[in-house]
Design a binder for this molecule. Sequence first.
Ligand code: ADP
Length: 149
Amino acid sequence: MRIAIFPGSFDPFTLGHYDIVNRGLTLFDRIVIGLGRNSTKKETFPIREREEAIRKIFKDEPRVEVQIYDSLTVDFAREVGAHFILRGVRCVADFEYERNMAEANKNLGGIETILLYTRPEYAHISSTLVRDLYSYNKDISAYVPNKLR
Ligand code: ADP
């Protein structure tokens, strides 16, 4: 069985993330969305709320699971029996970052990273953008999956 983790902060989970998971399901039998506890990043949406929200989004998709983790990403992958890390790439800056992470995760845990290019219509969407809009009480419905609207 091909299992991948899709790790990130997902603060909040956007349409871009949603698209990567759905496309990932054509490659993997199971995807475990790993909500990383990141002590250096200040959270906007509490992690338990994010977990609940993502679970709700995929409630009809038994092949997708959500878990909070605070270990090293390769250790989390090993814990859930995953041999792959799924990530999305929007731009050159993402690419450089992902290349370093992929190399580290391959060396640390023998885990392969599979990158999917963002669809152009979602390339400008980031959790940061959504958080900014949210903090000014603006409508975020164009950027998040239906069930979060
Ligand atoms: P991190 O804090 O680890 O960067 P994020 O929650 O910001 O986590 O993102 C998780 C993954 O989703 C990353 O691989 C990121 O490049 C990807 N991603 C973020 N926004 C988009 C988007 N709009 N389209 C596709 N992939 C995206």
